[in-house]
Write a protein that binds this ligand. Sequence first.
Ligand SMILES: Nc1ccn([C@@H]2O[C@H](COP(=O)(O)OP(=O)(O)OP(=O)(O)O)[C@@H](O)[C@H]2O)c(=O)n1
Ligand SMILES: C[C@](O)(CO)[C@H](O)COP(=O)(O)O
Length: 258
Amino acid sequence: MTSLTHGPAPRCYALVPCAGTGSRSGADRPKQYVPLAGRALVAHTLDALARVPRLSATLVVLAPDDELFDAAVPQAAGDARVWTARRGGATRAATVAAGLEELLARGAAPDDWVLVHDAARCLIRPEWVLSLIEACEADEVGGLLALPVADTLKQEEQGRVAATIDRQAKWAAQTPQMFRIGLLRRALAATGEGVTDEASAVEALGLRPRLVPGALENFKLTWPADFGLAERLLQTMAPASDSSLARGAAVATAGGAR
Ligand SMILES: Nc1ccn([C@@H]2O[C@H](COP(=O)(O)OP(=O)(O)OP(=O)(O)O)[C@@H](O)[C@H]2O)c(=O)n1
Ligand SMILES: C[C@](O)(CO)[C@H](O)COP(=O)(O)O
């Protein structure tokens, strides 16, 4: 039963920065629009997020001059849980910061959670998103999907190894990264555009985000060779079992999108 003295339970929103150019990808267009297994890369990303019932809505932040999204993801126009905003900035951090303002303008509360997920991680699975939500929703700070580094790490100087770096306790950060909207907004305002992920901004406030084990498959498509690999994985992916997500559905349905 809802208490009379407390507000409604915090909701979860996804925020997908989708305003990059993909300069390292070698593609003939922004990488999020490269076709993979018959659909644009970002369409796969949004499909997976759409199968997470705990998400009240997903905000896709596009470049101000984006002319590709509507044709690349036609189903978004008819989906009340997908919102778009042409407010992307010069850096990922600027795009995310603008997206947070948009969420607040659309009725999200500072205490609500936001899960920032790269458009470019199109192999995300609904069950991994749910595992992040379940690990973080009772957490003071929030957290992120990440993977312990498996390889021996080398420090390069002019094409040669200058040092071998201790990999003990090193993790590679992935997305989604889940924080309260108000906290992340404050963190990004303090750090500016230099940070490459949300956790870095939150860490700069002296906080310690929770590391939640992710999956190797949830890699970020960055280099030309990544596209063929992602396409092969998409083609062989078993359909996710939506029943495993049902335990999250009741919470989202009770609130709906604001
Ligand atoms: N100004 C920017 C830069 C990046 N992104 C988004 O942030 C995610 C992760 O960034 P990255 O892989 O670095 O994408 P790009 O910046 O597009 O790639 P590159 O660095 O190779 O140019 C992508 O979904 C990208 O669209 C964004 O929304 N706004
Ligand atoms: C957020 C991120 O995907 C975590 O690995 C990464 O930091 C994005 O960095 P990039 O500079 O945009 O590639």
